[in-house]
Ligand binder design. Structure first.
Ligand code: BDR
Ligand code: CA
Length: 313
């Protein structure tokens, strides 16, 4: 099994992403690093510990606390209307009895990148604060990870927290910009793909019938569907964060294009917007600018839509 770190702001779909990761049996989860996002860092840390206990991994998988706030901005505090008062739907899960670790999420990422140099996959399903802190402390982190897959951004479709921005990028745009300009081998699993990976009533019924092992995920996703319904999303919810976990193992979940991504950090109106800069071959009709050309030194892969793979398999 390959080593992976899940860096996450649980969060309903983050919680389901963790269950999915464990359920695949493919991964050796070396750490579950929490980050502030859907709720402030203290609450997502508590949720991460509680989930580790509920899923019976808290004696094997260390849970780390993320930075107290985004790199330069105030924490966002209002995602409770989507994820429930404490971030996990209606669940009130007991805290883990494991001791609290002094090593932060960013420190754990750095250590594990050294212990598993060239082998470690990092999957981020929240704002990129921890990953940015790791890179600011040691830029070589970018070259030690095998693969960095994150859920965030929007290449060609509208945003979900503002007309142009996706939540994870908007919550800490400065961190996202540090990460995407670092040279890390990134794969961006964005709204272009996740808004077309929908989980609906028939999927929920199947999950509810799947037995005790699926009960927590089913309860969480029932609440998530309700949240999307209340916000005009119809009868289904996107599986944003599980999709990122899926892509870590199998890229056929999405259709990828090569390109760079620049994150808007200056404007408040377009804060967190991700500008997809396609590779030169597809860019021949753009006016080249030094900024654009410079950024193409840091290409990654960006999802432009869902792929042929069926998520349920
Ligand atoms: C992202 O925002 C969060 O609320 C979800 O957990 C997901 O990571 C989708 O924009
Ligand atoms: Ca998330």
């Amino acid at each position: 099994r390959a080593p992976i770190v899940l860096d996450s702001d649980p969060g309903i779909d983050d919680a389901v992403a963790l269950q999915y990761l464990l359920g695949t049996g493919r991964w050796d989860l070396r750490a579950y690093t929490s980050v502030g996002g859907n709720l402030p860092a203290g609450q997502t840390y508590r949720n991460a510990r509680a989930l580790a206990r509920a899923l019976r991994i808290d004696t094997d998988v260390p849970v780390h606390r993320g930075a107290a706030r985004p790199l330069t901005r105030l924490p966002y505090t209002a995602a409770a209307h989507f994820h429930g008062p404490e971030g996990l739907g209606q669940e009130t899960l007991p805290d883990s009895t494991a001791g609290h670790l002094t090593e932060s999420s960013a420190q754990a990422l750095l250590r594990l990148s050294r212990e598993h140099e060239g082998e470690l996959t990092v999957c981020a399903t929240g704002p990129l604060t921890n990953v940015a802190i790791a890179l600011l402390e040691d830029p070589a982190f970018a070259h030690r990870v095998r693969k960095f897959v994150f859920m965030g951004g929007n290449a060609q479709v509208p945003g979900n927290i503002t007309p142009v921005a996706e939540f994870n990028m908007w919550a800490d745009p400065d961190a996202a910009e540090v990460v995407l300009s670092s040279g890390i081998p990134f794969t961006m699993v964005d709204l272009d793909a996740s808004h077309r990976w929908l989980f609906g009533p028939a999927d929920l019924a199947a999950l509810e019938a799947a037995g005790a092992g699926a009960a927590l995920a089913a309860r969480l996703l029932r609440v998530y569907i309700d949240s999307y319904r209340r916000h005009g999303g119809g009868d289904s919810c996107p599986l944003h964060d599980p999709l990122a976990v899926g892509v870590c193992a199998d890229e056929s979940f999405v259709t990828l294009a090569e390109g760079a991504v620049v994150v808007e950090c200056a404007s408040e109106l377009t804060r967190g917007q991700t500008v997809f800069v396609p590779s030169a071959a597809q860019r021949n009709y753009y006016t080249e600018s030094p900024a654009l050309t410079a950024r193409t030194r840091h290409m990654g892969r960006v999802a432009l839509g869902p792929g042929p793979r069926d998520f349920t398999k």
